[in-house]
Design a protein. Structure first.
Length: 195
């Protein structure tokens, strides 16, 4: 799924002199990623509305995207595949919040497990876009800072009897940890195929 509007916007930015021509591809990529993110957010909001959990889906995404951008993990090879994976992912998260009989201890236990996985694995780079040593340090530090802040907010939310908010935040951490595991497995498989 090539998003041609991204190319047109990047060309227009070059034409008016806002963007140097040598940076056109970088801006086109950024615009394309922004469009994909907006489409994913709108789809998640729609799913949330349909299942009666609109605010939960938005809280989940607001927390999920920033930590995921630094932690890395599994990336689909094509934007359409990514989009098609995100639909059941949001549904599973929302149904997990709604249907599993959570209590504070379970939320904290799952958060600790997800935090350990994130702490051990992050960042997980995409095999096709390796990180240099400095990027790895920066991404890891940002991931751990974000995870620490997220954990504190979850504890505070639980102390204030805001279990639904704590659940949304915890599910973001769980989803990131799963994506990290899947990313490691994908990178190993690709590495073995190329060897």
């Amino acid at each position: 799924m090539k998003i041609q509007i991204a190319e047109k916007i990047a060309n227009a930015l070059v034409d008016v002199g806002t963007v140097p021509s040598e940076d056109k591809e970088l801006y086109e990529y950024g615009i394309r990623q922004g469009i994909v993110m907006v489409i994913n957010i709108l789809t998640a909001a729609l799913i949330g509305l349909v299942v009666g959990m609109a605010w939960q889906s938005m809280v989940f995404l607001i927390v999920y995207y920033p930590i995921r951008s630094y932690a890395g993990g599994y990336h689909a090879n094509h934007p359409l595949t990514c989009y098609l994976i995100s639909i059941p992912l949001v549904l599973i998260v929302l149904m997990g919040i709604k249907l599993i009989p959570w209590n504070n201890y379970a939320i904290l236990a799952v958060l600790v497990l997800a935090g350990l996985i994130i702490g051990l694995l992050a960042p997980v780079e995409d095999f096709n876009k390796p990180l240099d040593q400095i990027e790895r340090k920066v991404y890891r530090r940002k991931t751990l800072i974000y995870l620490s802040g997220l954990s504190c907010i979850i504890v505070i939310a639980l102390l204030l009897n805001m279990e639904q908010i704590a659940l949304c935040l915890m599910m973001a951490a769980v989803t990131v940890s799963i994506m990290l595991i899947l990313g490691v497995l994908k990178n190993r498989r690709i590495g073995q195929e190329k060897a």
